[in-house]
Design a protein around this ligand. Structure first.
Ligand code: ATP
Length: 211
């Protein structure tokens, strides 16, 4: 980092129930493409976009993120949304991170599915004031930038596109696979797979699991 350049930090928020290679490939691509010093993985405590959705306990989701990122020194688990009461809005999370890492330039990572819903988030204008949106296209979700610009003026200049591989993985599908006895090996890091097995996550009979 040369003198005067702000520290570039990536932020990947999510429920991470469980974290998978789609998240990791997104974070690593952003790190390299945008020259990020760190990518913060920020598990949501009580996500406002999935109300009433039974979520695995935060202790499990945080432990799985920790296991998933252990081999990448640039990846860091942030407990900013876990250690405070919800609901947790991205705009507040970014304000807290801005306070913690004063002077850093933030890149909020997301898939184009999230960009599509972005205008419905709390204070989208406040989010793009605090962070650049680093977006990768996800299959089936092509962003309509004109429509987004109408809904959130100024967003066009605050979006950068990431050339991340389109891995057709979702936590929802992974939970289904576990529930139905299908393998998740090669879809999540081995340590995450082991954690899911050890704690019996997503199995039908586990009262902690979703549906
Ligand atoms: P769920 O299926 O439970 O909704 P998810 O797999 O989409 O989960 P989240 O934790 O909700 O994962 O996602 C966190 C962020 O990671 C979001 O911005 C989402 O767009 C992105 N993301 C999720 N899956 C992928 C993927 N396969 N490739 C790239 N980005 C992804």
């Amino acid at each position: 980092m040369t003198g005067g350049d702000p520290l570039r930090l990536g932020v990947l928020g999510g429920t991470f129930d469980p974290p998978h290679y789609g998240h990791l490939a997104l974070a690593e691509t952003a790190r390299v493409q945008l020259g990020l010093a760190r990518v913060l993985f920020v598990p949501a405590g009580d996500p406002p976009h999935k109300p009433g959705y039974p979520l695995s306990p935060a202790v499990h989701r945080a432990a799985m993120v920790k296991a998933a990122i252990a081999d990448n020194p640039a990846f860091v688990l942030s407990r900013v949304d876990l250690d405070r009461p919800g609901p947790h809005y991205t705009v507040d999370m970014l304000a807290m991170l801005n306070e913690m890492f004063g002077g850093a330039e933030f890149y909020f990572l997301m898939g184009s599915d999230s960009l599509d819903e972005f205008p419905t988030w709390r204070d989208p204008a406040g989010i793009i004031r605090q962070a650049i949106l680093a977006v990768m296209e996800r299959p089936g979700w092509a962003a309509d930038m004109e429509d987004l610009e109408r809904q959130v003026p100024g967003i066009r200049e605050r979006v950068v596109w990431l050339d991340a591989p389109r891995l057709d993985l979702s936590a929802t599908d992974l939970r289904r696979r576990v529930r139905e006895g299908l393998p998740v090996r090669y879809l999540v890091p081995p340590a995450v797979e082991a954690y899911i097995r050890e704690h019996g996550l997503y199995a039908r009979e586990n009262p902690d699991c979703r549906r």
